[in-house]
Structure formats: structure tokens, C-alpha cells
Design a protein around this ligand. Structure first.
Ligand code: SAM
Length: 344
């Protein structure tokens, strides 16, 4: 495919994308499908499939190229399940050829449930992907498959994790969303997993982004409790943050083997350090996971707007990024889309 995207970089560098709260935005999450082959009990109702259209690779590349020309340095492909896109390898190959304002390759990552990763890890690495994050909510097969509602999913994902590590898609992160009464009994098993599998395990607090109505403050397992429970298995040693915008609190153990991260958007929100915007599979900009409004970038592309016009629209939209989310506050409104349709 011709690299239409690369021509999107303007001759003179645009000042970095900044919102009206002074946050510099350099991280773009792009959903490339809202289809998913899992029906995780805390995410999907189990009935609905895709709800929104997908764009062509060429269209995603043009839009991502515009963001890169405005200072985005990190692109994470997600979904839905991004490995379901048949033309994923071509997309990754094209993105690997894209350059940041500074002329560097993008930091190119992907989040997946890992089900199809065993066969795709090496081709993805060869296409130019830097890293993957695999979502895994349990380390024993029965619990895992009760959550995903797909028989055989545990062995498929474990094979995917190992293939990704062998392919060099590292550091390999495993994301686990903890829900009290569903999988909080897995915390201790994940301590073994990080140490035995040489992966970074990150626990994430459950947010009110599900298709159904499961979320309550009580179902969230907060950071302090996770730290205390791990500490009872093996004492944790705190790791220094690598940068101010780091979302995870990071820990290792006394012998330095294994790494645990905890991402606490509910109990210890990090909105002040947010450097992220999202593009949905149908080409809408979301400036916050919890936005009540979306911004139809693709509609403008379809209407024939020039790159310069689309850049102006992106700059104006990002400037209006919300200061913070309001989870747990009176009057909190769930966003118009659930996580699977936004892009996690
Ligand atoms: N299918 C891919 C995967 O499984 O990683 C990418 C999309 S999935 C929506 C991205 C991540 O969002 C997964 O790790 C999933 O566990 C997480 N997630 C889904 N609903 C969530 C919620 N309500 N709160 C926190 N994380 C959630």
C-alpha cells in the first residue's frame, strides 16, 4: 500500500498538542474494530457484537498520520479485539514506517486478549510492532474461562503470551482487571506468574465502563488492598516511577525477580498526568474514557476536508479535553459507549 500517511507530516513542526489544562498529549489509542471473540462477563452482556463501523487501513493511516504530525509519539492499537482485523499486519507495517515530529519511529504497541497471538506474535514483530499487552484476568483455566465464556481460551492465551515473549515483543505486560468475588482470589497466583513467566503483571481497578450494570464501589479492589494482599505472600519493593505521566505504581520483590504494577483510576485517579486521547474504530475522537461527547474526525475526512483543516479540528478538540473523570461522585454519568466499543 502506498504510504499516504507519511505525506501527512507538514513541512514545519506544529507545536505539541496541548489541552486547556496544560497537559501535553503524546499518546493515541486507536480502536481498529469493536468486534471481540471474548464475552468477558464484566465487559460484555454476551449478546451484542460489533456496533460501530470500521475504517480501512488507508483511512486509519491518514488519521494517525495527522496526529503524528501534531506531536503524538506513541500509538497503541486496540479494540474490540485488534487481532481480528485481517489486514492488521499491513497496518502495522505502514505504521512502523511513520515518523514522529522528531523524525523517530513511533512507539508502536498493541493490546490484545491474546487468543490469536500464538500464530501472530512473530509476524507482528517482523512487521515492526514494538510491544504487546495481553489481558488475562486469571491464572487458572476454570476461572479464566468462566470470565471469557470461551472454552479453551486459557491454553490459547498462555501459548500467545509465550509466543510473544519468544518473538521479542517485550517488555511483555499482562493486564488483569480485578473484581471482588470474581477473580480477586487470583492475586496470589499472579505473583507466581510474574516470577515464573518473566512478564510484568499489572492489576487494574474496575471502572464503570461495562455494557451491563455490574459496577459498584464495593466490587472495585483498590490499590491499597492489592498491595497488602501481595505483601502477605511476599514483601514488595517499590520501584521508582520512570516518568511523571506513568499510570502504574510499580513494585518488584527483594530478589528483583518479577514486576507488579497497579493502575488505580478509581481509588487514586491520575487524570492530572493524562497524556492520552482515543480514536474509536469509526473515527471519532474521545478526549477521555468518560467523555459524554465524541468528535467526528472521520466525518470531516469523508466530507473532503484537507489535512490542514483536519489538523485544526484535532487541535481544537484536544484543547477541550476534560479535566478529570467523576467516577464515584454523585451525578456520575456513564459514557455513551462501553469499553469494548471505545477501545481499552
Ligand atoms: N480485546 C483486547 C484485550 O482484551 O485486551 C483490547 C480491548 S479490551 C476492552 C482492553 C482492556 O480493557 C482489557 O484489559 C480489559 O480487561 C479492560 N477492561 C474492559 N472493561 C473494563 C472496565 N470496566 N474497567 C477496567 N478495565 C476494563
Amino acid at each position: 500500500m502506498a504510504s499516504a500517511s507519511l505525506s501527512a507530516v507538514p513541512q514545519t513542526a506544529h507545536p505539541p498538542l496541548t489541552d486547556s489544562h496544560g497537559r501535553v498529549i503524546h499518546d493515541l489509542r486507536v480502536s481498529i474494530t469493536d468486534r471481540c471473540n471474548y464475552k468477558c462477563v464484566y465487559c460484555r452482556t454476551g449478546e451484542a457484537g460489533a456496533q460501530y463501523p470500521e475504517l480501512s487501513n488507508r483511512e486509519y493511516l491518514r488519521l494517525i498520520g495527522l496526529f503524528a504530525s501534531l506531536g503524538i509519539t506513541k500509538v497503541r492499537l486496540t479494540g474490540g479485539e485488534p487481532l481480528l482485523r485481517r489486514d492488521l499486519l499491513e497496518l502495522v507495517r505502514e505504521l512502523a514506517g511513520m515518523r514522529t515530529q522528531a523524525g523517530e519511529p513511533l512507539d508502536l504497541a498493541l493490546t490484545t486478549n491474546g487468543h490469536l497471538l500464538e500464530g501472530l506474535a512473530a509476524p507482528l514483530k517482523a512487521a515492526g510492532l514494538s510491544r504487546v499487552t495481553v489481558s488475562m484476568d486469571a491464572v487458572d483455566a476454570p476461572t479464566f474461562e468462566r470470565i471469557t465464556r470461551v472454552p479453551g481460551s486459557f491454553s490459547a492465551v498462555l501459548a500467545g503470551v509465550r509466543a510473544a515473549r519468544s518473538a521479542g515483543l517485550t517488555p511483555l505486560k499482562i493486564n488483569c482487571v480485578l473484581l471482588r468475588g470474581f477473580n480477586d482470589g487470583q492475586i496470589e497466583g499472579f505473583v507466581r506468574f510474574t516470577r515464573e513467566e518473566n512478564v510484568v503483571v499489572r492489576f487494574i481497578e474496575f471502572m464503570p465502563l461495562e455494557e451491563g450494570r455490574l459496577w459498584s464501589p464495593e466490587i472495585v479492589v483498590p490499590l491499597e488492598e492489592i498491595v497488602a494482599r501481595i505483601g502477605r505472600v511476599m514483601p514488595l519493593v517499590k520501584l521508582a516511577a520512570r516518568d511523571a505521566g506513568e499510570t502504574a505504581r510499580r513494585y518488584t520483590f527483594a530478589d528483583g525477580v518479577g514486576e507488579i504494577g497497579i493502575i488505580a483510576p478509581v481509588s487514586q485517579a491520575f487524570c492530572g498526568a493524562c497524556s492520552r486521547v482515543r480514536l474509536t474504530s469509526d473515527g471519532k475522537i474521545r478526549t477521555c474514557l468518560f467523555s459524554q461527547v465524541e468528535h467526528d474526525l472521520y466525518g470531516r475526512l469523508r466530507a473532503g476536508e484537507s489535512d490542514a483543516e483536519l489538523r485544526t479540528y484535532i487541535v481544537r478538540t484536544v484543547a477541550g479535553k476534560e479535566a478529570r473523570h467523576h467516577i464515584g461522585e454523585p451525578g456520575f454519568l456513564k459514557p455513551s459507549r462501553s469499553m469494548v466499543h471505545i477501545g481499552g
